[in-house]
Design a protein around this ligand. Structure first.
Ligand SMILES: C=C(O[C@H]1C=CC=C(C(=O)O)[C@@H]1O)C(=O)O
Length: 460
């Protein structure tokens, strides 16, 4: 176990909070948290585009799918931590914020009231600052319902709907849509070259065949070097439009659209979308309608890889739930770049003695890392990842999403994305599950297919 580094208030490189909204940071050592005051106002139904119309600022916080979700602007409080205690520190901080907050929320739906956007590092040894951010304004939509929450650490702040709407209008007007997308750039090698990735996969297959473990997920990176500063808002819109089955996210420099839901908590219900097993659509023969069913769903190796990911989720979730349903057969999820084997799992959470159920953040800690991004058994796989990859995954493959004061929330697995390291450099990550039948060259090709959404959205 590594020693947790103290919480800091450092911003992720390449990002900046909205002007005039520098946030007080609070350490994880139990010292007082800011008392937040919030008011949630109902809004008229949005246009069909929903939250897409609100993806106009590079510095916004985003969790959106098919126009639903939440978008945050500005920042009133932030927690950061590194090390093994990053989850625990984040949970304690968020619980303390929730207990102290003065909340006016007549709606009570998931995502209303104060909420925090979160990115948690994949590994305890990472230098990535696991971060919770409470925005100044949150716009939300769920179907026909829409709301605006305003949050302040000033007890005398004006939280009226008029002033919140005026502030939002100004922020949107200042939006960064003037950036043009795709002015060009190149993809540079990352910390792991193609050859190194192939060699790492071959070594992983050898370890699996030797019986050291059953499954391992190995990843690599590449750096998008852009001719113009990255237009984050445009990238998000591109991803959200093209990858409408995915959850588009942006949290302080971490940007992407993930197809995999680690956990969603709505009241006492927990849901997950487990993915493992991939087929590149670019290599599919034209006009062969049954191709994915035959080559993906009908493939022993892919199904084995998928089953291991389901097993890891249900094993971890099992002790916390009264009932759980997982389909007997995965379905084929079609994305613009790849097909995946997918399974939707749903569970009813067990009530604690105090009448509460675990929050989305609690469950993200319990479930991370699943076999979809680490391997089986977890400890052996994590150790081998450190040895064979030898790179800091940062937030890649860690939980990304949001949690509200009631514990509702959504945490995706931060896949199909990248980190804005500075305005002209975005580090992309992708990996794949390795089992005994895996072929190193095919695994390398799969990582390229998984980087395609971000490359397209960046215009390179
Ligand atoms: C590790 C990644 O994908 C995971 C999620 C879906 C399918 C996967 C696979 O087939 O290997 C991976 O487990 C990634 O996108 O970087």
């Amino acid at each position: 176990m590594s020693t947790p580094a103290p919480a800091t208030s450092s911003a992720v490189p390449g990002t900046a909070p909205a002007p005039g909204t520098a946030a007080p940071s609070t350490p994880a050592d139990g010292s007082p948290v800011p008392v937040l005051h919030s008011a949630t106002h109902r809004r008229p139904p949005m246009s069909e585009a929903g939250l897409l119309d609100y993806l106009v600022r590079d510095d916004s916080l985003v969790w959106a799918r098919r126009g639903d979700g939440i978008v945050g602007f500005g920042e009133v409080a932030r927690f950061t931590a590194r090390g093994a205690e990053r989850f625990d520190g984040a949970r304690r901080w968020w619980d303390a914020i929730g207990r102290a907050a003065v909340v006016r929320n007549p709606l009570g739906w998931p995502g209303t009231g104060p909420a925090a956007f979160a990115t948690i590092a994949f590994d305890a040894t990472s230098t990535w600052p696991s971060t919770l951010v409470v925005p100044r304004l949150i716009v939300g939509r769920r179907g026909d319902e829409s709301w605006l929450t305003v949050i302040s650490d000033d007890p005398d702040a004006d939280l009226s709907v008029e002033s919140a709407e005026a502030e939002l209008a100004l922020l949107l007007e200042e939006g960064s849509l003037e950036h043009e997308l795709g002015s060009g750039g190149t993809l540079q090698p990352g910390r792991i070259s193609d050859e190194e990735h192939v060699a790492a996969v071959a070594a992983g297959v050898e370890a699996i065949r030797a019986g050291d473990l059953t499954k391992l997920v190995l990843a690599r990176d590449a750096v998008a070097e852009l001719d113009e500063p990255v237009a984050v808002a445009q990238v998000l819109r591109e991803l959200a439009l093209r990858y409408s089955d995915c959850w588009t996210y942006s949290v302080r420099g971490l940007v992407g659209a993930t197809p995999e839901m680690l956990v969603r908590v709505t009241g006492t219900t927990a849901q997950a979308r487990v993915l493992a097993g991939t087929l590149d659509r670019a290599t599919a023969p034209a006009g062969d309608a049954g191709y994915a069913d035959r080559v993906l769903a009908g493939d022993e190796k892919q199904r084995h890889e998928h089953q291991l990911a389901i097993d890891s989720l249900t094993r971890q979730l099992g002790p916390l739930v009264d009932t759980m349903t997982a389909p007997a057969e995965p379905f084929v999820l079609q994305l613009p770049n790849v097909w995946h084997l997918a399974s939707d799992v749903e569970a009813q959470l067990t009530l604690h003695d105090d009448g509460r159920t675990p929050s989305a953040l609690d469950l993200a800690e319990v479930l991370h890392p699943t076999a979809a991004v680490c391997g089986t058994p977890t400890e052996e796989a994590a150790a081998l990842i450190r040895r064979l990859e030898g790179m800091d995954r940062g937030p890649y493959a860690g939980p990304v999403g949001w949690v509200d004061a009631a514990g509702n929330g959504e945490f995706g697995i931060a896949l199909r994305g990248g980190v804005v390291e500075d305005p002209r450099h975005v580090r992309l990550y992708a990996g794949g599950g390795i089992v005994s039948a895996s072929e190193p060259e095919a695994e390398l090709a799969e990582t390229w297919a998984k980087m395609r959404p971000m490359r397209e959205a960046l215009g390179i």
